[in-house]
Design a protein around this ligand. Structure first.
Ligand code: PEP
Ligand code: MG
Length: 543
């Protein structure tokens, strides 16, 4: 039995088998070798195996996404046979007498840097491919082969750390819980765990080498504890707690179909946050009145190239249709900071959270933005879609956004493609936006307060930095005053205001938010009924 404490990001409990996910980006160790030719033979064998894997992926992708989506796996097979790439690996092994995995990693870095430095966008994008094929070879060489996650039993995922793009690729039906050694409670991986309603623990100081796939584990998000190889008594306790939890959930069932209205008659909309189409099931299951934040950037993660207009259109249309007329607020892509996709070629930044991200990318690279806007506008025909823009700091940004939206509308008009005029709002997640919220409120239809970033920028605390979790205090008076100020600005101009950051689900503040006049709370689907119950139990006039 091995027991560790960590930081809980979702209060729930589970008992199940472990699946160890090795971090692909961990540093490859350099070893001195004595037989270069034997090492080169290992590279050759790994190459054959990698091509076999890619062939299978190609066949699967052809069936699921068609020829254009599958083509990348063919390109990867060809890249694995590229003479310059292979020569570089072989030379490094022969001249430096180093292990094959190290030679692949070093060659990968050199090639990726070379591609990123090219002017041509197509060639730039090859940097992501070379990393992908090299990681595949390294995994094979190191015996950490990609396990077929699709054949995985429902499991507790154990990893050193998980990036949002790794998380987004997983088959959510099969994840019972997460446990990681690193990570911050405010990261997007933690947010994904909350959306998926699964017990998750981060910052648990275990040695991943001692944990093996197939071991049993209890993840207790209430206590903030993981137990690997629990004894009989611990298993029995966990099972009893899981039953208790089921019972509590059954009690909340009574909240379904009820209005979210206080005893003295003030109603609040309770919407849910999602990351992709698959999450809509959780939204419906928990009877949310709408979707208050669809983080569309997740459509861009975990892949090698930009999603096409058609792919995006299908995703937005599907969500709108599944929500059958209920409001769906889709946020335009908020890529950057911890949400990285290599093919964007954003480059290394000293301060990525304060860097080239979100609306800044969209305004600087309007082609990317316009593709998304076209897909969004086309999808307005299939439901009740609103568009929301992230990371706004100034009035001029909103004016420029609206100019671009008009250009896209004109293109659609000229092509005779139908769309409806959507409600358009902005996220208030920078102190600058708070301070000019009065002016911003004149321009837009609604505000949604992103307390995750607002806390990070106001308190000068990187939300990704696990060392600062204790200082990250969204209850800080500064934040609560800002929320109040934003609500007043919105209402002065008859606009509605919501909260879609994690603080919106904080039951200790629900009454304060309703009293401030917040019109909407958008929370993880699992929190919808709990918040509804809190709203129905309160009486804000005190009479
Ligand atoms: C926020 O910043 O509060 C927010 C909702 O957006 P994200 O967490 O995706 O940055
Ligand atoms: Mg944000």
């Amino acid at each position: 039995m091995m027991q560790y404490s960590g930081k809980s990001v979702y209060r729930g409990i589970v008992l199940g088998p472990v699946f160890v996910l090795k971090n692909h980006d961990t540093q490859v160790r350099r070893r001195k070798i004595s037989d270069a030719e034997a090492e080169i033979e290992e590279v050759r064998k790994a190459g054959i195996k990698a091509r076999e894997q890619l062939k299978k992926l190609y066949d699967k992708a052809i069936k699921e996404v068609g020829e254009s989506g599958a083509a990348i796996f063919e390109v990867h097979q060809m890249m694995l046979e590229d003479e310059d790439y292979l020569d570089s690996i072989h030379n490094m092994i022969r001249t430096q007498m180093v292990n094959a995995a190290y030679a692949v990693a070093a060659t990968c870095d050199n090639f990726a840097e070379m591609f990123s430095g090219m002017d041509d966008d197509y060639m730039k994008a090859r940097a992501a491919d070379v990393k992908d094929i090299s990681n595949r070879l390294i995994r094979i060489l190191e015996g950490n082969e990609e396990t077929d996650l699709s054949s995985m039993e429902p499991s507790v995922i154990v990893a050193d750390d998980l990036s949002p793009s790794e998380t987004v690729q997983m088959d959510k039906e099969k994840i019972l819980g997460f446990v990681t050694v690193h990570g911050s409670t405010n990261s997007h991986t933690a947010i994904l765990a909350r959306t998926m309603n699964i017990p998750a623990l981060i910052g648990a100081p275990f040695n991943i080498e001692e944990i093996h796939t197939g071991m049993m584990a209890v993840v207790d998000g209430y206590k903030g504890e993981v137990i690997f190889e629990p004894d009989e008594e611990q298993c029995a306790q966990a099972k009893a707690k899981m039953e208790e939890e089921q019972e509590k959930l059954r009690l909340l069932e009574g909240m379904k179909g009820q209005k979210s209205i206080t005893k003295d008659g003030r109603s609040v909309h309770i919407y849910a946050n999602i990351g992709n189409v698959g999450d809509v099931g959780y939204v419906l299951e928990n009877d949310a009145e709408g979707i208050g934040l669809f983080r569309s950037e997740f459509l861009y993660l975990g892949r090698d190239s930009f999603p096409t207009e058609e792919e995006q259109f299908q995703a937005y249309k599907q969500v709108a249709q599944m929500m059958a007329g209920k409001k769906v607020i889709i946020r335009t892509l908020d890529i950057g900071a911890d949400k990285q996709a290599d093919y964007f070629n954003l480059g290394k930044e000293d301060n990525p959270a304060m860097g080239y991200r979100a609306i800044r990318i969209c305004l600087k690279q309007p082609d990317i933005f316009k593709t998304q806007l076209r897909a969004l506008l086309r999808a307005t025909m299939f439901g009740n879609i609103s568009i929301m823009y992230p990371m706004i700091t100034a009035v001029e940004e909103v004016q420029r956004i609206f100019e671009i939206v008009k250009e896209v509308q004109k293109e659609l008009d000229d092509a005779g493609i139908p769309y409806k005029y959507p409600e358009q709002g902005i996220m208030i997640e920078t102190p600058a936006a708070v301070m000019v919220s009065d002016e911003l409120a004149r321009l837009v239809d609604f505000f949604s307060i992103g307390t995750n970033d607002l806390t990070q920028y106001t308190l000068a605390i990187d939300r990704q930095n696990e060392k600062l979790d204790d200082f990250y205090n969204p209850h800080h008076k500064a934040i609560l005053r800002m929320i109040k100020m934003v609500a007043e600005s919105a209402h002065r101009h008859q606009k509605w205001v919501g909260i879609c950051g994690e603080l919106g689900a904080d039951l200790d503040l629900t009454e304060e938010f309703v009293t401030m006049g917040i019109d909407e709370l958008s929370v993880a689907p699992s929190m919808v009924l709990k918040i509804r119950k809190a709203v129905r139990d309160m009486n804000i006039s005190g009479e």
